[in-house]
Design a protein around this ligand. Structure first.
Ligand code: IPM
Ligand code: MN
Length: 359
């Protein structure tokens, strides 16, 4: 029996989590597995109930679980709060509490969605690469940080610091080379070594780690060039390893290669308990309207089967069900195109569950 902690969070996080759990329960029933699911509060939901974005209780629940699922956090309701009190802080604290330093964000174009991207079909057809984002370091967590008054009274200054140590770079580099061994054996490391010292160290350490992986090729790109290459020729990539901030930005860019950020799943690993979340945010503008795409969440559950429970066959079963539903033409609003069948969040979850049951 596996203990799973679930934080639906805010906005569409609530709706997509419901569909993700539907898939979890459908698979469990079919394969006679028992998942002990505990729901907790995180982000804005936690601020409203407990005054903090992540409570001690939530942290304990997450740490004592075998896997954690998160919907999304944030929304205009909490926009006025200072950075350390915002819903996003709950998510950042959760990642750090769990020690999940490696964020896997597969960029995969599902069949049938080729025409939905703004890019030409031949540029993206069969696209399949992996962004490996460092998740518990860099400018997101570096100190000093804060907003302070300038002594001459002319205003304030906002300060953040990009910091990476050898050990932090080594462990994410190892994950990248290991992942590449299960794929096409090509790692692209992305930095800004022409300007930043943290980037110089990043490049030096990744280069050194590669010596233990002679069967994997390594190339380096500056982040600005990489952003351009994603659009110019995304199929050149296999595993892209980069810092927390660059990974955040590049993965949203990559989402547009696959048609919608509503399709992108993620797994954050590196410690005992891994964290699974869709790459998209809480989308307050469409929250509660049954318009959200639950597939990123459903595919994150597939990643949970694979990475936390070593149940790759079940992961494939979920992915196959998603592929089948898409190939039958069912689409949520974000991936809708002419001639398709438009469905809401709930119905999309229902359809995928039905496929799994009947497979
Ligand atoms: C993501 C999100 C988060 C991040 C926010 C919500 C803190 O954008 O997971 O990509 O910046 O890491
Ligand atoms: Mn992001």
């Amino acid at each position: 029996m596996y203990k799973i902690c679930v934080f639906p969070g805010d906005g569409i996080g609530q709706e997509v989590t419901k569909q993700a759990l539907k898939i979890l329960h459908t698979v469990a029933q079919k394969h006679h597995l028992v998942f002990d699911v505990h729901e907790g509060l995180l982000g804005g939901a936690s601020i409203d109930a407990a005054g903090v974005p992540m409570s001690e209780e939530a942290a304990e629940l997450a740490k004592s679980s075998d896997a954690v699922f998160l919907g999304a956090v944030g929304g205009p309701k909490w926009d006025g709060l200072e950075a350390s009190k915002r819903p996003e802080k709950g998510l950042l604290a959760l990642r750090q509490t769990l020690g999940v330093f490696a964020n896997l964000r597969p960029v995969r174009l599902f069949k049938g969605l080729e025409n939905h991207s703004t890019l030409k079909v031949e540029i993206i057809r069969d696209l399949d690469f992996l962004i490996l984002r460092e998740l518990t370091g860099g400018i997101y967590f570096g100190t000093p940080r804060g907003i302070e008054s300038l002594s001459d009274g002319s205003g304030e200054k906002g300060v953040n610091t990009e910091v990476y140590t050898t050990a932090e770079i080594e462990r994410i580099a190892v994950k990248a080379f290991e992942a590449a061994r299960r794929r096409k054996r090509k790692v692209t490391s992305v930095d800004k070594a022409n300007v930043l010292e943290s980037g110089q160290l990043w490049r030096k350490v990744v280069t050194a780690v590669q010596k233990q992986y002679p069967d994997v090729t390594l190339d380096h790109r500056y982040v600005d060039d990489c952003a351009m290459q994603f659009i110019r020729n995304p199929k050149q990539f296999d595993v892209v390893v980069t810092s927390n901030m660059f990974g955040d930005i590049l993965s949203d860019e990559a989402a547009m290669l696959t048609g919608s950020i509503g399709m992108l799943a993620s797994a954050s690993v590196g410690a005992k308990t891994a964290l699974y979340e869709p790459v998209h945010g809480s989308a307050p503008d469409i929250a509660g309207k049954d318009l959200a795409n639950p597939l990123a969440s459903i595919l994150s559950i597939a990643m949970m089967f694979e990475h936390s429970f070593q149940l790759s066959e079940l992961a494939q079963e979920v992915e196959k069900a998603v592929e089948d539903i898409l190939s039958e033409g069912y689409r949520t609003a974000d991936i809708y195109g002419e001639g398709c069948r438009k469905v809401g969040c709930e119905e999309m979850g229902e359809l995928v569950a039905g496929k799994i049951k009947s497979a």
